[in-house]
Design a binder for this molecule. Structure first.
Ligand code: ADP
Length: 273
Protein backbone atom coordinates (compact mmCIF):
# COMPACT_ATOMS: atom_id res chain seq x y z
CA UNK A 1 0.00 0.00 0.00
CA UNK A 2 1.26 3.50 -0.79
CA UNK A 3 1.66 5.69 2.32
CA UNK A 4 -1.27 8.07 2.51
CA UNK A 5 -0.90 11.31 4.37
CA UNK A 6 -4.09 12.94 3.27
CA UNK A 7 -6.73 12.31 6.01
CA UNK A 8 -9.75 12.38 3.74
CA UNK A 9 -8.22 9.81 1.42
CA UNK A 10 -7.42 7.66 4.43
CA UNK A 11 -10.99 7.92 5.74
CA UNK A 12 -12.32 6.96 2.32
CA UNK A 13 -10.03 3.96 2.21
CA UNK A 14 -11.15 2.82 5.65
CA UNK A 15 -14.79 3.21 4.66
CA UNK A 16 -14.26 1.23 1.52
CA UNK A 17 -12.46 -1.49 3.48
CA UNK A 18 -15.33 -1.68 5.99
CA UNK A 19 -17.90 -1.84 3.19
CA UNK A 20 -16.01 -4.64 1.42
CA UNK A 21 -15.76 -6.60 4.68
CA UNK A 22 -19.47 -6.16 5.33
CA UNK A 23 -20.28 -7.47 1.86
CA UNK A 24 -17.94 -10.39 2.40
CA UNK A 25 -19.66 -11.26 5.67
CA UNK A 26 -23.09 -11.04 4.06
CA UNK A 27 -21.97 -13.38 1.28
CA UNK A 28 -20.58 -15.83 3.83
CA UNK A 29 -23.82 -15.73 5.79
CA UNK A 30 -25.89 -16.49 2.70
CA UNK A 31 -23.53 -19.31 1.80
CA UNK A 32 -23.73 -20.74 5.29
CA UNK A 33 -27.55 -20.71 5.14
CA UNK A 34 -27.39 -22.42 1.79
CA UNK A 35 -25.02 -25.05 3.14
CA UNK A 36 -27.25 -25.75 6.15
CA UNK A 37 -30.30 -26.10 3.95
CA UNK A 38 -28.38 -28.36 1.60
CA UNK A 39 -27.20 -30.64 4.43
CA UNK A 40 -30.75 -30.79 5.77
CA UNK A 41 -32.06 -31.77 2.36
CA UNK A 42 -29.37 -34.38 1.82
CA UNK A 43 -30.00 -36.09 5.14
CA UNK A 44 -33.74 -36.01 4.56
CA UNK A 45 -33.41 -37.55 1.13
CA UNK A 46 -31.08 -40.28 2.42
CA UNK A 47 -33.14 -41.02 5.51
CA UNK A 48 -36.27 -42.02 3.62
CA UNK A 49 -34.80 -44.99 1.70
CA UNK A 50 -32.63 -45.97 4.68
CA UNK A 51 -35.66 -46.29 6.96
CA UNK A 52 -37.48 -48.23 4.26
CA UNK A 53 -34.60 -50.70 3.95
CA UNK A 54 -34.30 -50.98 7.72
CA UNK A 55 -38.03 -51.62 8.02
CA UNK A 56 -38.00 -54.51 5.56
CA UNK A 57 -34.86 -56.09 7.01
CA UNK A 58 -36.14 -55.91 10.59
CA UNK A 59 -39.48 -57.42 9.59
CA UNK A 60 -37.62 -60.24 7.84
CA UNK A 61 -35.49 -60.89 10.93
CA UNK A 62 -38.62 -60.79 13.02
CA UNK A 63 -39.96 -63.93 11.36
CA UNK A 64 -41.21 -62.82 7.96
CA UNK A 65 -38.25 -64.72 6.52
CA UNK A 66 -40.04 -68.04 7.06
CA UNK A 67 -42.49 -67.33 4.26
CA UNK A 68 -40.78 -67.79 0.92
CA UNK A 69 -43.02 -65.33 -0.95
CA UNK A 70 -42.82 -62.57 1.63
CA UNK A 71 -39.06 -63.07 1.88
CA UNK A 72 -38.64 -62.47 -1.83
CA UNK A 73 -40.97 -59.50 -1.87
CA UNK A 74 -39.31 -57.77 1.08
CA UNK A 75 -35.82 -58.38 -0.21
CA UNK A 76 -36.85 -56.92 -3.56
CA UNK A 77 -38.21 -53.82 -1.83
CA UNK A 78 -35.05 -53.45 0.24
CA UNK A 79 -32.98 -53.78 -2.94
CA UNK A 80 -35.10 -51.04 -4.51
CA UNK A 81 -34.27 -48.81 -1.55
CA UNK A 82 -30.56 -49.49 -2.09
CA UNK A 83 -30.98 -48.58 -5.78
CA UNK A 84 -32.52 -45.31 -4.73
CA UNK A 85 -29.64 -44.56 -2.36
CA UNK A 86 -27.12 -45.23 -5.11
CA UNK A 87 -29.10 -43.00 -7.46
CA UNK A 88 -29.12 -40.12 -4.95
CA UNK A 89 -25.43 -40.46 -4.13
CA UNK A 90 -24.55 -40.46 -7.84
CA UNK A 91 -26.63 -37.32 -8.39
CA UNK A 92 -25.00 -35.64 -5.40
CA UNK A 93 -21.59 -36.50 -6.73
CA UNK A 94 -22.48 -35.02 -10.10
CA UNK A 95 -23.95 -31.86 -8.63
CA UNK A 96 -20.95 -31.20 -6.40
CA UNK A 97 -18.62 -31.62 -9.38
CA UNK A 98 -20.77 -29.23 -11.39
CA UNK A 99 -20.98 -26.64 -8.65
CA UNK A 100 -17.31 -26.65 -7.83
CA UNK A 101 -16.72 -26.26 -11.54
CA UNK A 102 -14.71 -29.45 -11.66
CA UNK A 103 -16.67 -30.85 -14.50
CA UNK A 104 -14.55 -30.70 -17.60
CA UNK A 105 -16.64 -30.88 -20.72
CA UNK A 106 -15.43 -33.27 -23.36
CA UNK A 107 -16.90 -31.69 -26.44
CA UNK A 108 -17.03 -33.35 -29.82
CA UNK A 109 -19.22 -33.48 -32.90
CA UNK A 110 -21.97 -36.08 -32.81
CA UNK A 111 -25.39 -36.87 -34.25
CA UNK A 112 -28.07 -35.70 -31.81
CA UNK A 113 -30.79 -37.63 -33.67
CA UNK A 114 -29.00 -40.91 -33.00
CA UNK A 115 -28.52 -39.93 -29.35
CA UNK A 116 -32.22 -39.19 -28.87
CA UNK A 117 -33.18 -42.48 -30.49
CA UNK A 118 -30.84 -44.26 -28.09
CA UNK A 119 -32.48 -42.54 -25.11
CA UNK A 120 -35.94 -43.50 -26.38
CA UNK A 121 -34.87 -47.13 -26.67
CA UNK A 122 -33.55 -47.02 -23.12
CA UNK A 123 -36.87 -45.82 -21.70
CA UNK A 124 -39.30 -47.60 -24.01
CA UNK A 125 -40.20 -50.15 -21.34
CA UNK A 126 -40.72 -47.51 -18.68
CA UNK A 127 -43.00 -45.56 -21.02
CA UNK A 128 -44.87 -48.71 -22.05
CA UNK A 129 -45.79 -49.38 -18.42
CA UNK A 130 -47.90 -46.21 -18.47
CA UNK A 131 -48.81 -46.69 -22.09
CA UNK A 132 -47.01 -43.46 -22.95
CA UNK A 133 -46.02 -43.04 -26.56
CA UNK A 134 -42.55 -41.68 -27.28
CA UNK A 135 -42.53 -39.77 -30.54
CA UNK A 136 -39.74 -38.06 -32.38
CA UNK A 137 -41.00 -35.48 -34.78
CA UNK A 138 -38.31 -35.36 -37.45
CA UNK A 139 -37.51 -37.33 -40.58
CA UNK A 140 -34.44 -39.39 -39.96
CA UNK A 141 -31.31 -37.66 -41.05
CA UNK A 142 -28.31 -36.83 -38.90
CA UNK A 143 -28.15 -33.46 -37.16
CA UNK A 144 -24.65 -32.74 -35.98
CA UNK A 145 -23.97 -30.79 -32.81
CA UNK A 146 -20.84 -29.87 -30.91
CA UNK A 147 -21.15 -30.71 -27.20
CA UNK A 148 -20.27 -33.19 -24.47
CA UNK A 149 -22.13 -36.24 -25.74
CA UNK A 150 -22.33 -38.14 -22.48
CA UNK A 151 -23.60 -35.14 -20.52
CA UNK A 152 -26.15 -34.20 -23.18
CA UNK A 153 -27.36 -37.77 -23.15
CA UNK A 154 -27.88 -37.39 -19.42
CA UNK A 155 -29.89 -34.20 -19.98
CA UNK A 156 -32.12 -35.79 -22.61
CA UNK A 157 -32.54 -38.86 -20.41
CA UNK A 158 -33.50 -36.79 -17.34
CA UNK A 159 -36.08 -34.82 -19.33
CA UNK A 160 -37.54 -37.94 -20.95
CA UNK A 161 -37.70 -39.77 -17.61
CA UNK A 162 -39.48 -36.79 -16.04
CA UNK A 163 -41.97 -36.61 -18.90
CA UNK A 164 -42.81 -40.27 -18.25
CA UNK A 165 -42.83 -39.93 -14.44
CA UNK A 166 -45.08 -36.87 -14.46
CA UNK A 167 -46.90 -37.79 -17.65
CA UNK A 168 -50.36 -39.26 -17.60
CA UNK A 169 -51.30 -42.81 -18.51
CA UNK A 170 -51.94 -43.13 -22.27
CA UNK A 171 -50.13 -39.83 -22.81
CA UNK A 172 -47.32 -38.86 -25.16
CA UNK A 173 -43.80 -37.53 -24.91
CA UNK A 174 -42.61 -35.80 -28.01
CA UNK A 175 -39.14 -34.62 -28.92
CA UNK A 176 -38.62 -32.14 -31.68
CA UNK A 177 -35.62 -30.32 -33.06
CA UNK A 178 -35.77 -26.92 -34.67
CA UNK A 179 -33.17 -24.67 -36.25
CA UNK A 180 -32.49 -21.36 -34.57
CA UNK A 181 -30.51 -18.49 -35.94
CA UNK A 182 -26.77 -18.30 -35.43
CA UNK A 183 -25.82 -21.95 -35.74
CA UNK A 184 -28.04 -23.12 -32.94
CA UNK A 185 -30.68 -25.75 -32.65
CA UNK A 186 -33.33 -26.09 -29.98
CA UNK A 187 -34.44 -29.45 -28.66
CA UNK A 188 -37.88 -29.66 -27.10
CA UNK A 189 -39.24 -32.38 -24.87
CA UNK A 190 -43.01 -32.00 -24.60
CA UNK A 191 -45.49 -33.98 -22.56
CA UNK A 192 -49.22 -33.80 -21.91
CA UNK A 193 -48.86 -34.74 -18.28
CA UNK A 194 -49.79 -33.11 -15.02
CA UNK A 195 -48.09 -29.80 -15.77
CA UNK A 196 -46.65 -27.36 -13.25
CA UNK A 197 -48.38 -24.44 -11.57
CA UNK A 198 -46.88 -21.06 -12.38
CA UNK A 199 -45.52 -20.26 -8.88
CA UNK A 200 -43.54 -23.51 -8.88
CA UNK A 201 -42.01 -22.95 -12.30
CA UNK A 202 -39.43 -20.49 -11.06
CA UNK A 203 -38.00 -22.86 -8.49
CA UNK A 204 -38.01 -25.99 -10.60
CA UNK A 205 -34.29 -25.99 -11.30
CA UNK A 206 -33.26 -25.61 -7.68
CA UNK A 207 -31.51 -28.47 -5.99
CA UNK A 208 -33.94 -30.83 -4.26
CA UNK A 209 -36.94 -28.81 -5.34
CA UNK A 210 -39.98 -31.00 -5.92
CA UNK A 211 -43.51 -29.80 -6.44
CA UNK A 212 -44.93 -32.72 -4.46
CA UNK A 213 -43.07 -32.65 -1.19
CA UNK A 214 -45.13 -35.30 0.54
CA UNK A 215 -43.40 -38.44 1.73
CA UNK A 216 -45.86 -40.60 -0.14
CA UNK A 217 -44.85 -39.40 -3.57
CA UNK A 218 -45.66 -41.93 -6.24
CA UNK A 219 -42.52 -41.21 -8.13
CA UNK A 220 -39.01 -41.74 -6.84
CA UNK A 221 -36.30 -39.23 -7.58
CA UNK A 222 -33.86 -37.02 -5.80
CA UNK A 223 -35.14 -33.63 -6.88
CA UNK A 224 -31.70 -33.11 -8.39
CA UNK A 225 -32.41 -34.11 -11.99
CA UNK A 226 -33.41 -30.72 -13.36
CA UNK A 227 -30.73 -28.83 -11.50
CA UNK A 228 -28.15 -31.20 -13.04
CA UNK A 229 -29.63 -30.57 -16.48
CA UNK A 230 -29.48 -26.81 -15.97
CA UNK A 231 -25.86 -26.93 -14.80
CA UNK A 232 -24.81 -29.05 -17.77
CA UNK A 233 -26.57 -26.82 -20.31
CA UNK A 234 -25.14 -23.68 -18.73
CA UNK A 235 -21.66 -25.22 -18.63
CA UNK A 236 -22.06 -25.42 -22.42
CA UNK A 237 -23.03 -21.71 -22.37
CA UNK A 238 -26.41 -22.70 -23.76
CA UNK A 239 -29.92 -21.92 -22.57
CA UNK A 240 -32.67 -23.98 -21.00
CA UNK A 241 -36.36 -23.10 -20.87
CA UNK A 242 -39.53 -24.45 -19.38
CA UNK A 243 -43.12 -23.74 -20.26
CA UNK A 244 -46.00 -25.44 -18.58
CA UNK A 245 -49.73 -25.26 -18.14
CA UNK A 246 -51.09 -26.93 -15.03
CA UNK A 247 -53.19 -29.91 -15.95
CA UNK A 248 -52.25 -29.67 -19.62
CA UNK A 249 -48.56 -30.47 -19.93
CA UNK A 250 -45.00 -29.21 -19.95
CA UNK A 251 -42.28 -28.41 -22.41
CA UNK A 252 -38.61 -28.33 -21.51
CA UNK A 253 -36.22 -27.10 -24.18
CA UNK A 254 -32.54 -26.33 -24.52
CA UNK A 255 -30.23 -25.01 -27.20
CA UNK A 256 -27.08 -26.57 -28.65
CA UNK A 257 -24.41 -25.49 -31.09
CA UNK A 258 -24.67 -26.96 -34.55
CA UNK A 259 -21.75 -28.70 -36.15
CA UNK A 260 -21.06 -30.23 -39.57
CA UNK A 261 -20.65 -33.56 -41.24
CA UNK A 262 -17.05 -32.64 -42.03
CA UNK A 263 -16.30 -32.09 -38.34
CA UNK A 264 -17.93 -35.44 -37.63
CA UNK A 265 -15.71 -37.15 -40.19
CA UNK A 266 -12.64 -35.47 -38.75
CA UNK A 267 -13.69 -36.90 -35.37
CA UNK A 268 -13.81 -40.39 -36.81
CA UNK A 269 -10.32 -39.98 -38.29
CA UNK A 270 -9.04 -38.78 -34.89
CA UNK A 271 -10.53 -41.83 -33.23
CA UNK A 272 -8.71 -44.16 -35.58
CA UNK A 273 -5.32 -42.65 -34.72
P1 ADP B 1 -37.26 -35.39 -9.35
O1 ADP B 1 -37.95 -35.82 -10.59
O2 ADP B 1 -36.21 -36.32 -8.89
O3 ADP B 1 -38.21 -34.99 -8.25
P2 ADP B 1 -36.28 -33.10 -10.87
O4 ADP B 1 -35.26 -32.09 -10.50
O5 ADP B 1 -36.04 -33.89 -12.10
O6 ADP B 1 -36.44 -34.04 -9.62
O7 ADP B 1 -37.68 -32.37 -10.99
C1 ADP B 1 -38.09 -31.50 -9.98
C2 ADP B 1 -39.60 -31.43 -9.90
O8 ADP B 1 -40.13 -30.79 -11.05
C3 ADP B 1 -40.28 -32.78 -9.85
O9 ADP B 1 -40.36 -33.30 -8.54
C4 ADP B 1 -41.67 -32.45 -10.40
O10 ADP B 1 -42.48 -31.94 -9.37
C5 ADP B 1 -41.39 -31.33 -11.40
N1 ADP B 1 -41.32 -31.81 -12.81
C6 ADP B 1 -40.20 -32.10 -13.51
N2 ADP B 1 -40.48 -32.47 -14.77
C7 ADP B 1 -41.82 -32.40 -14.89
C8 ADP B 1 -42.76 -32.65 -15.97
N3 ADP B 1 -42.34 -33.05 -17.18
N4 ADP B 1 -44.08 -32.46 -15.69
C9 ADP B 1 -44.50 -32.05 -14.48
N5 ADP B 1 -43.68 -31.79 -13.43
C10 ADP B 1 -42.36 -31.96 -13.62
Amino acid sequence: HPITTDMSTLTKEIEKFAKDKKLEIETLKVREEYRKEFMGNVSHELKTPLFTIQGYLLTLLDGAMEDKNIRKKYLQRAAKGVDRLIYIVKDLDMISKLEVGNLILEEETFDIVELIQGVFEMYEMKAAKKNIMLTFDIPYEPIYVYADKERIQQCVANLVVNSIKYGKTDGTTEISIENLVKNKIIIRVTDNGEGIEAPNLRRLFERFYRVDKSGNRKEGGSGLGLSIVKHIIEAHKEKIYVESVFGVGSEFSFTLEKSTKEAMEANAVDDED
